[in-house]
Design a binder for this molecule. Structure first.
Ligand code: EPZ
Length: 442
């Protein structure tokens, strides 16, 4: 029984919906975190590494997951969704190794299909990842890893083509810490002949989750979560049942929301250890944070204190929390400094915050935030997923009403965010632009 999988031509990304948010309402109660987007986007492709039926639980119901299920279906896999958070993937009949451009262009992470398809059938063709809202997204480390494994990689007419008649284990040292390259090369190496060692590997919780998923299929991966991962190639992998970790960035987003709005919120379905660098900064800003086994409570002070943040690969402060913490600190007393060390140009959203009265000056990789007493509602635009989350935080703190456009960015990564926020007292509506404005906007 299919839960709902519309054929790709029927699914349209409406760019003309908005969030209407009335700020200043006190938030209270508990909010539950969904499965981790960035774990799901690696684990779903990895399911094709084993022939047969794999079940994945705690999948977030977000548009990026829908894009991946469309891609798997286009390759001949059967995908069922018996409920909102479960995927059943039967890859027995997988019959293609080329991801159509029309589907791949929707989402950068579609390039994870490269590693999965190479691991399954020793060849793959996927379109180059699109640009992104915050600068160039290179793939040189992915290619470095593939070529070290004896995989021939060519780029032709916007497609990345990879092929190998025999994948051989290798000792690979990444020049930069890259989540995507670690994911892709790990998937390509699980069935290589011999041992692969990945040095300077990414250590994010979703890297560990992918390694655990692959090991549950019979892979032999050790050291995930450290900067050296050792992979003993195996001949075959078998299908598995697996449950994805909770989303630490979604959890962190709601922690920053509680802090910014002067609320006391309990965030459920979390792994506190995954949140340590975020908890550290929320506490530094003056909040009381209490950790429980699978939840965390944030109690905000009357006024937040300034603090400085520098984003780093895990276990440092996550770059995917940078816009949200900046929105929070725009209301803190004093001057805070946020330094973005992972991505070029990830401060585009600051102009939108300044439309709401934030006092932030950006110089290259650094944002200097002069805390203000309050923000004021205004029409703003989400420039990417986490920027959109930052605007929601700002809007829920602001005096008056804020309209957020381009909300498709937000719905790529935050399951049911309107419903979840309404449950804790937020005044938020999702509206469609009137037809005449839609035709004008198109
Ligand atoms: C993943 O992107 C995440 N996306 C991003 O989250 C996240 O910001 C990023 O990791 C860092 O944590 C998914 O997991 C789907 P990288 P990825 O390769 O893999 C440079 C979100 O909001 N680099 O770790 O593309 C790169 O320029 C999204 O959920 C190279 O130089 O990021 C960057 O400076 C946004 N060469 C740094 O490494 C390469 O071949 C980190 O990039 C690859 C990357």
């Amino acid at each position: 029984m299919l839960f709902y999988i519309q054929p790709p031509y029927e699914r349209k990304f409406t760019l003309l919906e908005k969030y209407l948010i009335k700020g200043g309402m006190p938030l209270k109660g508990a909010i539950t975190v969904s499965g981790a987007k960035n774990a799901a986007l690696a684990i779903i492709p990895a399911a094709v590494l084993a022939k047969g039926v794999t079940t994945i639980e705690n999948i977030p119901d977000i548009s990026d997951v829908n894009t991946l299920t469309d891609i798997l279906s286009s390759l001949g896999a059967r995908v069922e969704r018996p409920n909102r958070s479960t995927l059943i993937i039967d890859s027995e009949e997988l019959c293609s190794c080329t991801v159509p451009y029309e589907l791949a262009k929707r989402m950068r992470a579609s390039y994870y299909m490269l590693g999965a398809l190479i691991g399954r059938c020793q060849k793959a063709s996927v379109s180059m990842p699109g640009g992104c809202d915050f600068g160039v997204r290179p793939i040189d480390q992915h290619i470095k890893g593939f070529e070290a494994l004896g995989i021939k990689v060519t780029i032709d007419k916007g497609m990345i083509n990879a092929e190998s008649d025999r994948i051989l284990g290798s000792h690979i040292h990444f020049d930069v810490v890259s989540v995507g390259a670690t994911v892709n090369v790990m998937m390509a190496a699980v069935k290589a002949r011999g041992i692969t060692i990945l040095e300077n590997a990414a250590k994010e919780p979703h890297i560990v989750d992918l390694a655990n998923f692959l090991n549950s299929m019979g892979a032999d991966i050790r050291g995930a979560g450290t900067d050296v991962i050792k992979i003993h190639g195996v001949d075959i992998l078998h299908p598995t049942d697996y449950s994805i970790i909770p989303d630490q960035i979604e959890a962190g987003t709601y922690m920053a929301l509680a802090a910014a709005t002067g609320s006391s919120l309990t965030i459920k379905n979390v792994i506190p250890k995954h949140l340590e660098s975020i908890t550290d900064k929320i506490r530094a800003a003056g909040c009381e944070v209490t950790e429980f086994d699978e939840s965390i409570r944030v109690k905000s002070p009357q006024r937040l204190k300034k603090t400085n943040v520098k984003t780093l690969p895990h276990p440092g402060f996550p770059t995917d929390m940078q816009p949200q913490i900046t929105a929070m600190l725009s209301l803190a007393e004093g001057t805070s400094i946020v330094t973005e060390s992972v991505w070029e140009g990830r401060f585009k959203y600051v102009d939108e915050l300044k439309r709401m009265g934030a006092n932030i000056s950006v110089d290259g990789k650094m944002a200097v935030i002069e805390g203000v007493d309050h923000l004021t509602g205004a029409p703003v635009k989400a420039t990417d997923l986490r920027a959109g989350a930052a605007l929601i935080i700002a809007a829920l703190c602001a005096h008056g009403t804020t309209e957020i456009e381009e909300i498709h960015h937000i719905e790529r990564g935050y399951e049911g965010i309107v419903t979840k926020l309404k449950k804790i007292g937020a005044d938020i509506q999702k509206i469609q632009l009137p037809d005449d404005m839609q035709s004008k906007a198109q």
